[in-house]
Design a protein around this ligand. Structure first.
Ligand SMILES: [Zn+2]
Length: 360
């Protein structure tokens, strides 16, 4: 058996690791070359000279002292604004899953924003169908299984979210869960209570973003758990700042989808944020490592994300195996699929990582 302690460099270890991703936005996973192709066919003018200029532009924004969620979403808007047809959604889904195949990702839950699609002239049904079609290609051609999470934007009309949940009844098999993303607006969980009640009645799995160090972060996380009754929080690192909230997260087995490279690459407080990941792992929280928006700010695809976090934190290989098992444990899949992924991870790690972290 491969000895992961000695036979591989950290980079090779992460590349060979059978990976699972639970927090990635399809609109944030558009490769610059693809973005140019799509913008060209839709006659959209981009603020970049070339595909190489995408990262340079983003870095410029970052360097202008705007290291925050707002500047991040402004850059994301430029990419997702180019999407104008169902074929655009199909293209980016196929390309993303092709990339996942090359990254050694076995299973991914990919988020999409139907409100964004509708604003850009792609109907709800066409958007869902295009992503579902792309996902079938991803499994057939690249061996990557995936499911889709429909996200509503927290700064947009909650009643539109309710209407879309009803519209999704004819696409139920193509959507596994419901989430909330985009700008974190004050007191957002209460506004989406009715939509989440509808989603729960339809047996969707439930998650919500709670971004890091936002105003009222802990209150938002608590309300997502108690009012929206989510089973997962995307980011949610501020759980570690509030012992009572941490107890609630552990007691209810709420999963957290951390996104470390966004922070190592962008934030001035990267070390503190990586330490939040470490503390949550050590506390036994079901936290995983994910890319979020891999084409933004050079965040990198999943192998690079995990490797960068591993080097910067630093995390041990046992920690990385534990983060990966957490992703498998939190995935919205059936138990046979979960056993299959767990068996592969254990065969890879030889059980290494099982004993060095306290059980959650
Ligand atoms: Zn996200």
């Amino acid at each position: 058996m491969l000895d992961i302690r000695s036979d591989l460099s950290n980079r090779d270890f992460v590349a060979a690791l059978p990976k699972v991703e639970l927090h990635v936005h399809i609109e944030g996973a558009i490769e610059p070359v693809t973005l140019f192709e799509i913008a060209d066919r839709n006659k959209i003018e981009l603020p970049y000279d070339s595909p190489e200029g995408v990262l340079a532009y983003q870095s410029d924004r970052r360097g202008a002292g705007r290291e925050n969620l707002v500047s991040f979403l402004e850059c994301l808007d430029i990419s997702r604004d180019a999407l104008r047809t169902p074929d655009d959604y199909r293209t980016i889904t196929v390309e993303f899953l092709s990339r996942c195949g090359r990254e050694g990702v076995r299973y991914v839950e990919v988020m999409f924003d139907p409100q964004q699609a509708i604003r850009q002239g792609v109907s709800f049904g066409d958007c869902v169908d295009a992503i579902a079609d792309g996902r079938r290609v991803g499994w057939r051609d690249f061996g990557v299984r995936s499911q889709a999470i429909m996200c509503f934007q927290r700064d947009h009309d909650p009643e539109q979210a309710s209407r879309l949940i009803e519209a999704a009844d004819t696409h139920r098999d193509d959507i596994v869960g419901i989430g909330l993303d985009n700008f974190e607006t004050p007191g957002f969980p209460a506004m989406f209570r009715a939509a989440y009640d509808q989603a729960r009645q339809r047996e969707y799995r439930l998650t919500s973003h709670c971004d890091v160090n936002q105003p009222d972060s802990a209150d938002h996380i608590r309300a997502c758990i108690e009012v929206l009754r989510v089973e997962r929080i995307d980011h949610g690192l501020n759980v570690i700042d509030d012992p009572a909230l941490l107890d609630l997260v552990l007691e209810r087995d709420i999963a957290l989808t951390g996104c470390p490279t966004y922070y190592t690459g962008q934030a001035s407080s990267a070390e503190i944020r990586l330490e939040m990941h470490r503390s949550l792992l050590a506390a036994g929280a079901c936290i995983s490592l994910n890319t979020d928006d891999p084409a933004q700010f050079g965040s990198g695809w999943l192998s690079n994300t995990i490797w960068s976090a591993m080097e910067a934190a630093p995390f041990t290989r046992a920690d990385i195996v534990r983060f990966t098992q957490n992703a498998i444990d939190a995935a919205w899949i059936d138990e046979a699929h979960r056993r299959e992924l767990t068996t592969e991870l254990r065969a890879f790690s030889g059980g290494y990582g099982e004993a060095s972290v306290p059980a959650g």
